[in-house]
Design a protein around this ligand. Structure first.
Ligand code: NAP
Length: 290
């Protein structure tokens, strides 16, 4: 439906944000739910995240997605944070919740839960009791490490270029977490004893990319489930290497869709229309199927 004076607005703040798939995902969801809502991308420069979140009240926005570089700096502008955001210290979702003293701004992080939704729901891999290896120590790795721990993974080893960062990330998994410096032989040995391997580095996004930490592809086999958080390209060198050795695998599109689905549920209180959101994402990516 065409926007009208009564149309309600949600959006994403980030910098850059012009290539975000979020408008495709969320507008597909709102249309499938029959809501007179629209979702737009707001380019918001560094340092302006908190002001943008405060503007939710002024402008009556129904929800905001938050992407880089604002995931940590909007926290100071919120009234409350949900349990995952509290543990991570970052948010990717802000909602307005009525309270006796006016609307509260509430932040949560849906990346990790969205990762688990995709892993268990779409890919049929339950991390409970399994050995997991997370490559990378940034925001996505932290969300995934916490989520794997909450999903009862037996062990979560975090590999990074900097050991202090890997340790900080691994601490999110409590006694199940451990950290390793990413040197090629070590990473290949760690893969050999893992059930699940998650690439949470950007290695594989650009043309001609190699494998994260120059790992030995012969470490992969049929026992592994390998997931790359990258979704463009759809098949990274890591996924190609794993598949060629019989590993099951998935790219990051499922996580992207499910973290957005959880945002839709937070803002609307209704189950997210996953098929419509998936179709919206694929159309925006110019692909016909996952
Ligand atoms: P980030 O915070 O910048 O963290 C990137 C991590 O990768 C850091 O640990 C960094 O190490 C490491 N890294 C970068 N280049 C590397 C290299 N050449 N070799 C080894 N490690 C390297 O980024 P992020 O937000 O966590 O995102 C990571 C990836 O996940 C990106 O590809 C992003 O697109 C993807 N992602 C996907 C979704 C989804 O929904 N599918 C959601 C979030 C992120 P240093 O700290 O040492 O630089």
């Amino acid at each position: 439906m065409a926007p009208a004076a009564t149309t309600r607005v949600a959006g994403v703040i980030g910098d850059p944000v012009e290539h975000s798939l979020s408008p495709a995902l969320h507008n597909a969801a709102f249309a499938a739910l029959g809501l007179d809502w629209v979702y737009v991308a707001f380019p918001v420069g560094p340092g302006a995240g908190e002001a943008a979140v405060h503007a939710m009240r002024t402008l009556g926005l129904v929800g905001l997605s938050v992407t880089m570089p604002h995931k940590a700096d909007v926290v100071s502008g919120l009234d409350r944070m949900g349990p995952v955001a509290t543990r991570l210290g970052v948010v990717n979702t802000v909602s307005r919740c009525p309270s006796p003293v006016g609307d509260e701004l509430v932040g949560e992080s849906t990346d990790g839960p969205g990762f688990i939704d995709a892993l268990k729901g779409d890919d049929g891999f339950d991390p409970a009791g399994r050995s997991c290896l997370v490559l990378g120590t940034g925001g996505a790795a932290r969300a995934v490490t916490l989520a794997l721990s909450e999903a009862q993974a037996a062990s979560i080893t975090v590999v990074g270029r900097r050991l202090d960062q890997a340790r900080s990330c691994a601490r999110l998994a409590g006694s199940a977490g451990s950290a390793q410096l990413g040197v090629p032989g070590v990473v290949s040995d760690l893969i050999a004893s893992a059930d699940l391997v998650v690439n949470a580095t950007p290695v594989g996004m650009s043309a001609g990319a190699g494998l994260p930490f120059d790992l030995d592809p012969s470490a992969f086999g049929p026992r592994h489930f390998v997931t790359d958080l990258i979704y463009s390209p759809a098949t990274t060198p890591l996924l190609a290497a794993a598949r060629s050795r019989g590993s099951a695998s998935a790219n990051g599109l499922g996580m992207l869709i499910h973290q957005a689905a959880r945002q839709v549920e937070i803002w609307t209180g209704r189950p997210a229309p996953l098929d419509a959101m998936s179709a919206g994402a694929l159309a925006a990516l110019g692909r016909v199927r996952r």
